[in-house]
Unconditional design. Sequence first.
Length: 73
Amino acid sequence: MLMEARLLDERREGKAEGLAEGKDIGFAEANIATAKRMLAKGCYSLQDIAELTNLSLADVEKLKEEQAEQSCK
């Protein structure tokens, strides 16, 4: 019985870790999508976008470069 309880606890811990990681990925994807929309609007500075989306300035600059490359194709 002790072994079964330990396995159950480990499964619960694994599930909780997976859910937390999934939430983090979801928030990151949402922030990137928001930054892309803000860049497309053209009304916001890169610094403002970084601040409002919790992305680094380098990440926002990279997104801007990617959008510029896609618009040239």
